[in-house]
Ligand binder design. Sequence first.
Ligand code: SF4
Length: 224
Amino acid sequence: MGVEVLDAIAARRPFRLGELRAEPEGDRGWVVRGPDNGEPREVPAEASAIRALVRFDARGRYRPLSGARGLPGGWFVRCRDAAELEWVLETVYPLALVHLRQHAEGSLRVVGLDAALARQSGRYAVAAELSPEGRRRATSVVCSACVRVPLWAGARPAEPGAIPCPEPCSVLISFCREAALWERERPAPATDDPAAPFADFEVEGNPLRNAYLRAQTVEARGRA
Ligand code: SF4
């Protein structure tokens, strides 16, 4: 995983990273494009402009997870050289290239969900109560919404431009906390509200919450 992205940068070949596409331009430059969606507009290669661009998803929801699918589309950034290209990619997907390089070198440190939940404290300590089935279900639901690939869960990349994820993120930990509470008092799945905040799992219409609760219901029926 990732060698093709690093090789493509070195060889000045087009490549994908997550939902981004990059292609060489001229002798040294690059163009980074977001998902196809509407008439493309040029965004300057400035941190504030790029962060503003990816702060909200295509539906206008705040993106608390940098790898969340659904980047807004219809934009491109021109980069002077490979250094600026890497900076733009890292601005959209923090640590992606670092993790790709470490993975390619075999030095990426991987921490699993059990270890990550065991070290939670305070408000998040309850997350460690989540059952093994709940941990598996939570990982499947939350990580499916992300372009990073959870190596810590044994996943392997299935698409070009996949980014290795070495450790459960705070969004997944937060989801596990809610899922542990749902095991105490089980809510019914509700109708998805596409406008519900991505990581507000207490909101009934939250699509990730409902995907988890629906999967739980299906699995329970299968066991009955
Ligand atoms: S833990 Fe899952 S959701 Fe979080 S960054 Fe890694 S792959 Fe994405």
